[in-house]
Design a protein around this ligand. Structure first.
Ligand SMILES: CC(C)(COP(=O)(O)OP(=O)(O)OC[C@H]1O[C@@H](n2cnc3c(N)ncnc32)[C@H](O)[C@@H]1OP(=O)(O)O)[C@@H](O)C(=O)NCCC(=O)NCCS
Length: 179
């Protein structure tokens, strides 16, 4: 019988830019498991480039979950460049405080899905953020993931295709603090 999983047994640890070399292989290992069914996709094969790109940002922030010492999932992102936020061209009247955290990745290994671990990782990463807004991109071919983000108070504001071979992502935006 499988060991029953509860989120309470997953320990969350915070990391920043200076920790990139220490956590880089962990991120790659979790990705390989989380996307095992989709690794024929060239966009997914470029994940190490994205880790180095995001981890190279001085404001990189990452939360990794561990159970019994093994990584089970992570969330990471970095502050958006003012004026170049993913939502910018889609929102006609931005809020007065338009500081934005770009949530680049959230993934959980299959065995830890539906345990609340993904939501805990997301909450732990964003609750420390000073920005007013969070933005993420989601593949519209994965409507259930988009629906999950809607239950976390994100709303779709438009579409964005950052690379010619990437999906035409849905851009999802939420406030990080009550108005
Ligand atoms: C997204 C994720 C972190 C959510 O974890 P969770 O809160 O435990 O929720 P679930 O895994 O149950 O996912 C919610 C629903 O989306 C679906 N879903 C999740 N990832 C999916 C993917 N990559 N493609 C298609 N559907 C997906 C699940 O099957 C589930 O649908 P169901 O309720 O009918 O079973 C986790 O599913 C994951 O790591 N997925 C792979 C990586 C990913 O797609 N990350 C999001 C990038 S924007």
């Amino acid at each position: 019988m499988e060991h029953p999983l509860t989120t309470a047994t997953v320990e969350l640890r915070h990391y920043g830019h200076d920790d990139l070399q220490q956590i880089r292989q962990t991120l790659l290992d979790v990705h390989a498991d989380a996307y095992a069914d989709e690794m024929d996709d060239e966009f997914n094969q470029r994940f190490p480039w994205f880790v180095d790109h995001w981890g190279g940002h001085p404001g990189f922030a990452c939360v990794i979950g561990y159970e019994d010492g093994q990584p089970v999932g992570f969330a990471y992102g970095a502050p958006a460049t003012p004026g170049r936020e993913w939502w910018r061209e889609h929102v006609s009247t931005p809020p007065a405080d338009d500081s934005t955290f770009s949530l680049s990745e959230l993934m959980v290994r299959p065995r830890w899905r539906k345990t609340g671990t993904a939501e805990r990782l997301h909450t732990a990463l964003l609750e420390r953020r000073p920005e007013a807004l969070a933005v993420l991109l989601v593949d519209p071919d994965h409507p259930k993931v988009q629906g999950l983000y809607e239950t976390w108070d994100y709303r779709k504001v438009g579409n964005r295709q950052p690379f010619p071979d990437s999906p035409n992502f849905a851009v999802m935006l939420r406030e990080l603090r009550p108005a």
